[in-house]
Design a binder for this molecule. Sequence first.
Ligand SMILES: O=P(O)(O)OC[C@H]1O[C@H](OP(=O)(O)OP(=O)(O)O)[C@H](O)[C@@H]1O
Ligand SMILES: [Mg+2]
Length: 175
Amino acid sequence: MAADAPELSAQERAGKAFPVSWDQFHRDCRALTWRLNEVGPFHAVIAITRGGLVPAAIVARELGVRVIDTVCIASYDHNKQGELQVLKGISEQAIKLGGGTGKGLLIVDDLVDTGKTGRMVREMLPDAHFATVYAKPMGRPLVDTFITEVSQDTWIFFPWDTALSYHPPLRDGAA
Ligand SMILES: O=P(O)(O)OC[C@H]1O[C@H](OP(=O)(O)OP(=O)(O)O)[C@H](O)[C@@H]1O
Ligand SMILES: [Mg+2]
């Protein structure tokens, strides 16, 4: 990357910021579960790591599901999307529970953005139900159930990626 023409990260390109607190995230996960409760029951929850681990724990707790598996996919290096890498696939045991196609399985992630990650997991389990807490327009058609849509030019800041810090007063030029 040239120093005088730095490439913008996905986060910088997004422009708008949507910070989410732990409380808000927990509330949104519970709201998601209310909707999922109408769709289930599910044999197992498949969390897309790492972001899907937190909502998967909350959703599984609320739905009473105790079989939880992961599919480990890396795409964004901090905030720039590269090639998708499957670091760990779905276990044979979970695939069997879904009859090979994912029927009765619930895939959970924190969000869909471009939809690349979600599409890859959907291809692994075409009949599974795919739920995310947040959705951006490009990824939205891939998701069966979600809670909040944010615009494509918004970057969602999750509580596990952020910390409380000083914010200068508006008067002094704060955004
Ligand atoms: O719809 P997409 O454009 O594919 O983006 C969405 C994915 O990006 C983030 O994961 P990331 O790859 O950053 O990894 P992480 O979950 O470990 O943070 C997020 O948790 C989703 O899984
Ligand atoms: Mg992720």
